[in-house]
Design a protein around this ligand. Structure first.
Ligand SMILES: C[S@@+](CC[C@H](N)C(=O)[O-])C[C@H]1O[C@@H](n2cnc3c(N)ncnc32)[C@H](O)[C@@H]1O
Length: 278
């Protein structure tokens, strides 16, 4: 069986994405500890309060976690990426990171790939979270730390750096980090295209996407993920990166309703640009 098939067996048994025991426990505990109550749709999508973050974790965390896993699996289970992993270090940049759902989904896939691969080496993963919202950054840092504490794996926690600034204004700072610590193997932008296209001019975003090419290493990937209702935005962003859009449909288990075994189909879009300049 290939590494990809083995990872699917572990994380997507019978074709349904499921959380590992460690991740499910961390998510359930985080939700239990936070205040509950009604919040607006906007606050659920872009939380700025603990109540909003609880609603966001409840509705979107697992969804975005699995979507990152579905998109990334093909790319990180191939020989090029496996040899890159064998260097013992990987760097992830998550722009518009929110709770860190897509970075954590990615790290969880890397864990599965690393533990199934023949390499004996441990692999240190550095994470840079960039978000305009301080509360989001504190959750992404906290959940990532808890994840690494909960697992026993070849992957180890490296540096966690948070950058509280709107992208693309954050680009200069991200560039300094890349120069100091090394360019990124994976740059993730999951569900952040809508606020970007709402708030910035196309020309400004074209320059920003072009700049991402200087932050990603030549074997690395820039990964965009967006829902089916914003196809035009992901298409525009993919054009700016000179790559194409792919439609995905997958099945996942629903979290975090207790005692629920519900399964749901989700449809979404991705665009992946391989390293080098955009
Ligand atoms: C819908 S959430 C997605 C979070 C996460 N990437 C995921 O997939 O679950 C969008 C996040 O982008 C952040 N955001 C919005 N505009 C931004 C900008 N210009 N620069 C950085 N972050 C931004 C918001 O604060 C929010 O945390």
């Amino acid at each position: 069986m290939s590494i990809k098939e083995q990872v699917q067996d572990e994380l997507r048994p019978n074709g349904v994405w499921q959380l590992s025991e460690a991740m499910e426990g961390i998510l359930a505990k985080a939700i239990r500890r936070m205040p509950s109550g009604e919040v607006s749709t906007e606050e659920r999508r872009y939380p700025t309060t603990h109540k909003g973050m609880r609603a966001c974790l409840d509705s979107f965390f697992a969804r975005h976690f699995f979507q990152a896993q579905e998109v990334i699996l093909d790319h990180v289970s191939n020989d090029t990426f496996l040899s890159q992993m064998a260097n013992g270090q990987l760097r992830i940049l998550d722009i518009g990171s929110g709770s860190g759902a897509s970075a954590l989904g990615t790290i969880d896939i890397l864990r599965s790939v690393a533990d199934l691969s023949v390499t004996r080496k441990s692999i240190r993963i550095d994470c840079v979270f960039n978000d305009a919202c301080e509360l989001c950054l504190s959750y992404s840092r906290q959940l990532t730390k808890q994840y690494f504490e909960a697992i026993s794996s070849k992957i180890l926690r490296g540096r966690i750096i948070t950058v509280e600034k709107s992208f693309p204004a954050s680009q200069a700072q991200l560039g300094r980090i890349a120069r100091l610590t090394g360019s990124f193997d994976l740059i993730l932008m999951s569900y952040v295209l809508s606020p970007l296209f709402d708030n910035y001019k196309n020309q400004e975003l074209a320059g920003a996407f072009h700049g991402l090419g200087q932050l990603v290493n030549p074997n690395g990937l820039i990964v965009l993920i967006q829902d089916q209702f914003h196809k035009e935005q992901i298409r525009k962003a993919a054009d700016m990166l000179k790559t194409s859009v792919r439609r995905h449909k997958h099945k996942q288990q629903i979290y975090s309703k207790e005692n629920s075994n519900d399964i749901q189909d989700y449809c979404f879009f991705s665009a992946v640009k391989k390293g080098g300049r955009a």
